[in-house]
Design a binder for this molecule. Structure first.
Ligand code: B1M
Length: 216
């Protein structure tokens, strides 16, 4: 039963059907399905398939755009439910998060921000294509404990290193932790650039953030 819904979700993303994706997301909420399960077992399967097809030359930019839009529509429907299910409410710490400059992928970053907010963090999501100094300035303004930096392209992940360098040259040095993530990012990359934490997915990001801020 759920498997069929998950398959329909993946297919809606592959077909770039935003309205259908949103309606399937709503159906999953009505059926009491965990929203994160709907994302991971349904929608993400579809978006990954489109990404792979794009990689092989079997799909083109319009398909990628439509899949991305459909994915966003589905996540927008699921977001309030993700928040609602979060077991708050001790404030765990303040997090400034964004996707690096030159990179407009926002689905995974937004999901990480939503999950952190649901877990009790105060999250300031600066969006996509965020210049290094904007992250630093916001972190100083709100007295952040953690900066989360997402990158989805091998060409933009180098900006994560720039964020760490800029922190070292700022009054934030030693005061703020940095978590990195995004499809091309690995633990080895985290170590190479001197970031404090890395997670490969949104659920893991909660544990990493708690760990970094001594909240586990
Ligand atoms: Co783009 N794109 N894209 N794209 N796109 C990828 C990333 C790519 C792998 C596709 C492919 O070729 N197979 C490829 C990158 C190749 C590379 O660098 N090695 C690629 C490319 C090449 C491009 C363009 C350059 C295409 C072009 O124009 N020729 C272009 C770049 C534009 C730019 O940024 N300057 C581009 C554009 C786009 C769209 C705009 C069309 C669209 C984005 C829409 C949007 O975000 N609003 C898009 C999409 C949809 C994708 C794929 C298919 C899906 C990304 C996604 O949303 N995944 C992607 C292929 C893929 O990854 N399978 C691809 C679902 C999301 C839930 O996962 O974002 O990985 P993800 O986030 C995960 C984890 O990574 C982690 O947790 C999240 C949740 O579990 N995570 C963190 C993410 N951030 C984190 C931060 C953390 C911790 C964990 O701490 C702070």
């Amino acid at each position: 039963m759920q498997e069929k819904l998950f398959e329909e979700m993946a297919q809606a993303i592959i077909d770039g059907e935003s309205e259908l994706a949103a309606s399937l997301a709503q159906q999953s909420i009505d059926q009491g399905i965990d929203p994160l399960e709907a994302i991971n077992k349904g929608f993400v399967i579809g978006v990954n398939q489109v990404g792979d097809a794009f990689n092989c030359g079997d799909a083109f930019l319009p398909e990628l755009v439509m899949a991305g839009e459909a994915m966003k529509s589905a996540v927008a429907v699921l977001e309030p439910e993700l928040n609602r299910r979060g077991t708050k409410r001790e404030v765990m710490g303040k997090v400034v998060i964004g996707t690096v400059e030159g990179d407009i992928h926002d689905i995974g970053k937004t999901l990480v921000g939503t999950m952190l907010a649901a877990a009790g963090f105060e999250v300031y999501d600066l969006g996509v294509d965020v210049p290094v100094m904007k992250l630093i300035e916001k972190a100083m303004e709100v007295d952040a404990d953690l900066i989360g930096v997402s990158a989805l392209l091998t060409t933009t992940m180098v900006k994560q290193r720039d964020v760490i360098k800029a922190i070292q040259d700022s009054p934030l040095n030693g005061k703020v932790k940095v978590m990195v993530g995004g499809a091309p990012v690995t633990r080895a990359w985290m170590k190479e650039i001197g970031a404090d934490g890395y997670s490969e997915d949104a659920i893991g990001a909660i544990a990493v953030a708690k760990d970094l801020l001594g909240k586990n």
